[in-house]
Design a protein around this ligand. Structure first.
Ligand code: AMP
Ligand code: MG
Length: 496
C-alpha cells in the first residue's frame, strides 16, 4: 500500500483538476476543516463521463481502483481543502442548527471555460455536525439523486449534478442493513438560505455581510456595482426561485423537502430526497412520507418558496438599510412581490405548453379550465400535454369528454388569433412538453434492481431515456406509460 499510494495520488491529480478553495478562505466560523472518513472497499457503481468532460475532467485514464479511491474520498486531490460547511435551517417550519453531517466539500473546480463548481462528497462519514446520524448514505437514495438530477438537467431545469456514485463496502444501518454509498455532487455552490440563517445567528455582525458579498461575487457579480447590492441580491434570489419553482410545476415535479437548508442561493434545485414527478394530475399531490400536512405538496411549492425567501430576507435586514424600519419595508416589499413574479413565470410557461406565443387576458381561464378537467379525469400530466402537441389527439376518455371538446374549440380559436402557424405552435409545445420523465415506478424499479440485485441495466436504460426528454424516441416508448394501479408509488421516503 505504501508503495502504490504515491502513484495513485499522482494519477488522481492528472485528471484535470483545477482546484480553488474560496469557501475555505471565508472566516473559520463558516466551516470545519475535516477529511472524509476512509471506507473499507470502495467500488465505482456509476461515473458520469459526459459531465466530467463538460467540466474539463477525464477519468478514463484512471483504473477502477483509482477511480474508487478518488470518489470515496480515500485519497483526495492534492489541492483539495476539505471542509464540512456550517448552516442552519427551518425544517417543516422549525429552526435548527445543522451543517454538513454527512458531506464534505473538497473544493471548487474551475473548468477550462472559467466556471466554478463545488465538488462535494455526500455520504462521506461523520462530522461535528452529524448529531445522531452516522454520516453515511445508502446506495438507493444516492442513485435516486443521480437519476433525478441528471433528468432535471436534461429537462433544462437548473440543478446540481451527479458525477459518480461509489459503494463503500460497508453496510449502513437503516430499518434494515443496506449497502453504503457516496455520491459526488457538482453544484454552482452549496450556499443555502440556511447558510444565511446560520450567519445571521452565529457569526458576528460582519459575518452576514461577508457571506452576502461572497454570494454576490460568485452568483450575481453584476450587482457589485449596484446602489444597494444586498437589496439586489434579495431581488435576484427571489427571481431565480420563482423561475425555478415554476419550472418544477411545469413538468409536474415535487421536491418534497423544501426546507430552507435545501434551497440554494444560486437558484439550482438541490437535495433530492423524497422528490418525484406526478403521474395523474392532482394539484394536492404529496409523495413524501414525512410530509403529513402536505406542506411541500405540488401546489404548495410556490408558497413554500415565498416562506423560505422571507427567512432569507430577514437575515439580510441589517444590510438592506441602516434604519431598521426602512430595511423592513424594503424586505416586505420584495417578498410581497413574489406571488406576482411567480404568476408571470407560470403564465408564460403554461402559454408555451399550449403553443401560445401571444398574451390574452383570458389565457389564465383557458389554462385553469384545462387543469380542472385534467384533475377531474385524473389525466396523466405529462402525456396529456405531450399529446396536445401532436397533430391528432389520441382516442382516450379524456379527449372524448364533451367538456374537453368544448375547451378544445376555445383553444383552437385562441391559437388561430395569433399570426404564428399551427406548425410553430406544435413545435413550441414539443419543446415545452416533455415526453419522457423518470416516472416514480420506473425509478423505484431501477433502484431495486441496482441496490438489491446489483443489476444496473434498468438504471442505465432509464438514464439513456431521460437524457433526451423532448424526443419521440420509439425505443423508449415504454417509459411513457403511466403506472398501472398496482405499480403506482404513493409514497417516497427520505431514506437517508
Ligand atoms: P437532508 O435531509 O439530507 O437535507 O439533511 C438534513 C440535515 O441532516 C443535514 O444537516 C444533513 O447533514 C443531516 N443528515 C442527514 N442524514 C444524515 C446522516 N446519515 N448522518 C449525519 N447527518 C445526516
Ligand atoms: Mg439537505
Amino acid at each position: 500500500m505504501a508503495q502504490t499510494e504515491p502513484d495513485t495520488e499522482h494519477t488522481i491529480d492528472s485528471v484535470g483538476w483545477q482546484f480553488d478553495n474560496s469557501y475555505a478562505r471565508l472566516p473559520e466560523s463558516f466551516y470545519i476543516r475535516i477529511k472524509p472518513v476512509p471506507v473499507r472497499a470502495p467500488r465505482v457503481e456509476i461515473l458520469n463521463h459526459a459531465l466530467a468532460e463538460s467540466l474539463g475532467l477525464n477519468f478514463r485514464t484512471l483504473s477502477e481502483t483509482e477511480a474508487a479511491t478518488l470518489f470515496s474520498g480515500n485519497i483526495l486531490p492534492d489541492a483539495a481543502q476539505p471542509v464540512a460547511q456550517a448552516y442552519a435551517g427551518h425544517q417543516f417550519g422549525s429552526f435548527t442548527m445543522l451543517g454538513d453531517g454527512r458531506a464534505i466539500l473538497l473544493g471548487e473546480h474551475i473548468t477550462p471555460a472559467g466556471d466554478r463548481f463545488d465538488i462535494q462528497l455526500k455520504g462521506s462519514g461523520r462530522t461535528p455536525f452529524s448529531r445522531r446520524g452516522d454520516g453515511r448514505a445508502a446506495l438507493a437514495p444516492m442513485l435516486r439523486e443521480y437519476i433525478i438530477s441528471e433528468a432535471m438537467h436534461a429537462l433544462g431545469i437548473p440543478t446540481t449534478r451527479s458525477l459518480a456514485v461509489v459503494t463503500t463496502g460497508e453496510p449502513v444501518v437503516r430499518e434494515t442493513l443496506l449497502p453504503g454509498a457516496i455520491l459526488t455532487r457538482v453544484a454552482a455552490s452549496h450556499i443555502r438560505v440556511g447558510t444565511f440563517e446560520y450567519a445571521a445567528r452565529s457569526t458576528d455582525a460582519e459575518g452576514i455581510k461577508i457571506l452576502a458579498d461572497y454570494a454576490i461575487h460568485h452568483h450575481y457579480p453584476d450587482l457589485t456595482e449596484a446602489d444597494n447590492p444586498y437589496l439586489g441580491l434579495l431581488h435576484n434570489v427571489i427571481e431565480r426561485q420563482a423561475s425555478l419553482v415554476t419550472q418544477w410545476l411545469l413538468v409536474g415535479f415535487i421536491h418534497g423537502v423544501m426546507n430552507t437548508d435545501n434551497m440554494a442561493i444560486s437558484g439550482e434545485t438541490i437535495d433530492y430526497g423524497p422528490c418525484a414527478f406526478m403521474d395523474a394530475y392532482d394539484p394536492n399531490t404529496v409523495f413524501s412520507s414525512i410530509d403529513h400536512q402536505g406542506r411541500y405538496g405540488y401546489n404548495n411549492q410556490s408558497r413554500a418558496a415565498q416562506w423560505n425567501l422571507a427567512r432569507f430576507a430577514e437575515t439580510l435586514l441589517p444590510l438592506l438599510h441602516p434604519a431598521q424600519e426602512k430595511a423592513l419595508a424594503l424586505a416586505e416589499e420584495a417578498i410581497h412581490a413574489f406571488p406576482g413574479i411567480f404568476q408571470n413565470y407560470w403564465l408564460s410557461g403554461m402559454r408555451k405548453k399550449l403553443g401560445l406565443f401571444t398574451e390574452e387576458a383570458e389565457d389564465i381561464q383557458l389554462i385553469e379550465t384545462l387543469l380542472t378537467l385534467m384533475h377531474k379525469h385524473q389525466a396523466d400530466y405529462t402525456n396529456t400535454f405531450r399529446a396536445m402537441g401532436s397533430k391528432v389527439l389520441p382516442e382516450k376518455n379524456f379527449f372524448l369528454d364533451d367538456a374537453f371538446t368544448a375547451w378544445h374549440a376555445q383553444w383552437q380559436a385562441r391559437l388561430s388569433r395569433q399570426s404564428e402557424s399551427m406548425e410553430s405552435s406544435l413545435n413550441l409545445m414539443r419543446m415545452n412538453n416533455p415526453a419522457i420523465l423518470p416516472r416514480n415506478h420506473r425509478v423505484e424499479a431501477a433502484l431495486t434492481a441496482a441496490s438489491e440485485r446489483g443489476d444496473y441495466a434498468p438504471m442505465h436504460r432509464l438514464l439513456a431515456a431521460v437524457a433526451d426528454p423532448y424526443a419521440d424516441a420509439p425505443e423508449y416508448l415504454d417509459y411513457r406509460t403511466p403506472p398501472e394501479p398496482t405499480e403506482r408509488v404513493y409514497q417516497t421516503f427520505c431514506g437517508t
